[in-house]
Design a binder for this molecule. Structure first.
Ligand code: UDP
Length: 487
């Protein structure tokens, strides 16, 4: 009989720790599932608030129960229960977790709360890069290898690395509206197209000591201390900038995106296509939109969604509504209950608009977005340019109109329109006439031209996640590297 004494090596266990926000949890949970599919033991560390919502709106508990050694664990985010955690206030989550979570994480790692009998010790940490140095401090102290997962694009990470240079050279702060079209010169490779207007909203400050600007500049530099970086992108899309990051900041990079497509490809292979995309939604998904889409002609619908965090005024919402109605196109619009910042939220407006647009429009509080974008009736996407939404649109081959709201979205929309030529950028404008013109350009006038690039990019994205593709192979390397690591 085989002797199983204390000398038997325990299995590797990976801790995955995302920022408490939909886009971050979504992509990092996809990675967690990919690692679990490969047989690794994974602990997914969520904040209590996010985990409650995940359990309320998804089947994650059942979905992950089939993976041996998979654990969900929770940690407080340090905010009051009724904090909105949306709009500009999302930055409170970043500040709070960066300030308060470090000792709790350390305690959880030391006490063994993050492991199981077969794999009691965390042997590898994949931390959200936005946590900057605190997860690295803990990992270094306890001798656990750590990788930073940057949930945004490689181009955004690269430009954030140069924020200290922008400040030092005087390119920041941005000096008012008339300064918005000035080209930024201190981000290598982007000198010819990156304007002040394409930088995140927190760069539009009169004083560069702004806490959020300083925090982002500082946490981005901390990724230099990580053993490697994981990027949710693919080599054909961002290869040159990934090479720059490799030589300047971090030699070891795993580009394994688009993660949702990689996971779908693996699940399809493993289950012979019986399992559809897995949902990590923190909102109540309304499937009625799929029934509605089923009765619409091919590529006739523009899908409108501004992600999980964007908030807007009732005035902006009405400009979008008039623009969409005047464009005479069919539309499917996600109006989250907390999308409108004024008293009363979006609920009553949504009911009114739904009544008035019954013929050509359909509205829901939250959609199964991957499924919607893949639907043959969808011909365009009016988006806030969150990175997950951008990747999902790329894979589905759907051209975009970009109306970025905060953070990395301003840069993403510049790349979509100016570099990849797979959409139009509508940043900084919210006017019914412009909305109408953009929708009609995307769906009619410029459709053929943009569709050529979106179709090609979709083909390349899919190639990268299938066997032999770059992201597929890079994931294999990551899994191998994790397996070989022993504490
Ligand atoms: N999403 C969804 N249904 C919706 C709107 C968004 O499932 O009605 C998902 C979308 O597929 C994406 C995520 O929510 O995966 C939003 O992430 P993103 O990075 O695009 O934006 P954020 O919400 O972080 O601003």
């Amino acid at each position: 009989m085989e002797h199983r004494g204390p000398q038997v090596a325990h299995q590797a266990r990976v801790l995955i720790f995302p920022l408490a926000a939909q886009g971050h949890v979504n992509s990092m949970l996809k990675l967690a599932e990919l690692l679990a599919l490969a047989g690794l033991h994974v602990t997914f560390l969520n904040t209590d608030h996010i985990h409650d919502r995940l359990l309320r709106y998804t089947d994650v508990r059942a979905r992950f129960a089939k993976y041996p050694g998979f654990l969900f664990r929770t940690i407080p985010d340090g905010l009051e229960e009724d904090h909105p955690r949306a709009g500009d206030r999302i930055t409170d989550v970043i500040f709070s977790m960066n300030e308060k979570t470090k000792p709790l994480l350390r305690e959880m790692l030391v006490s063994g709360q993050l492991g199981s009998d077969e794999s009691p010790l965390v042997t590898y940490i994949i931390s959200d890069g936005i946590f900057g140095g605190f997860t690295i401090d803990v990992a270094e102290e306890l001798g656990v290898p750590i990788i930073h997962f940057r949930t945004g694009s490689a181009s955004v990470f690269w430009s954030f690395l140069f924020f200290p240079d922008l400040i030092e050279s005087g390119e920041l702060p941005i000096r008012g509206k008339e300064d918005m079209d000035r080209l930024i010169k201190s981000v290598p490779g982007m000198e010819s197209f990156l304007r002040c207007r394409d930088l995140p909203g927190f760069c539009r400050v009169s004083d560069t000591s702004d806490p959020l600007l300083q925090l982002i500049a500082q946490v981005t530099q901390q990724s230099r201390r990580a053993q490697a970086l994981i990027l949710n992108t693919f080599d054909v899309l961002e290869g040159p900038v990934v090479s720059r990051i490799q030589s300047n900041c971090c030699p070891k990079i795993y580009t394994i995106g688009p993660l949702h497509a990689l996971l779908n490809a693996k699940l399809t292979n493993n289950t012979n296509g019986s399992e559809g995309p897995s949902s990590n939604s923190l909102f109540d998904v309304d499937q009625s939109c799929i029934t509605w889409l089923n009765s619409q002609p091919p590529k006739s619908v523009i899908y409108v969604s501004f992600g999980s965090i964007t908030v807007m005024t009732k005035h902006d919402l009405m400009e979008f509504w008039h623009g969409l109605v005047n464009s005479k196109k069919r539309f499917l619009w996600v109006i989250r209950p907390d999308l409108v910042e004024e008293e009363g939220g979006a609920g009553s407006v949504q009911r009114e608009l739904a009544e008035a647009t019954r013929e050509r429009g359909h509205m829901v509080g939250w959609a199964p977005q991957e499924e919607v974008l893949a639907h043959p009736a969808v011909g365009g996407f009016l988006t806030h340019s969150g990175w997950n939404s951008t990747l999902e649109s790329i894979v589905a081959g759907v051209p975009m109109i970009c109306w970025p709201y905060l953070g990395d979205q301003q840069i993403n929309s510049r790349f979509v329109s100016e570099v990849w030529k797979i959409g139009l950028d509508m940043k900084d404008v919210c006017d019914r006439k412009v909305v109408e013109k953009m929708v009609s350009d995307l769906m009619v006038e410029k459709r053929e031209e943009i569709e050529k690039s979106t179709a090609e990019m979709a083909r390349l994205a899919k190639k990268s996640v299938n066997e032999g593709g770059s992201s597929y192979s890079n994931l294999e390397c990551l899994i191998e590297d994790i397996r070989l690591t022993r504490r």
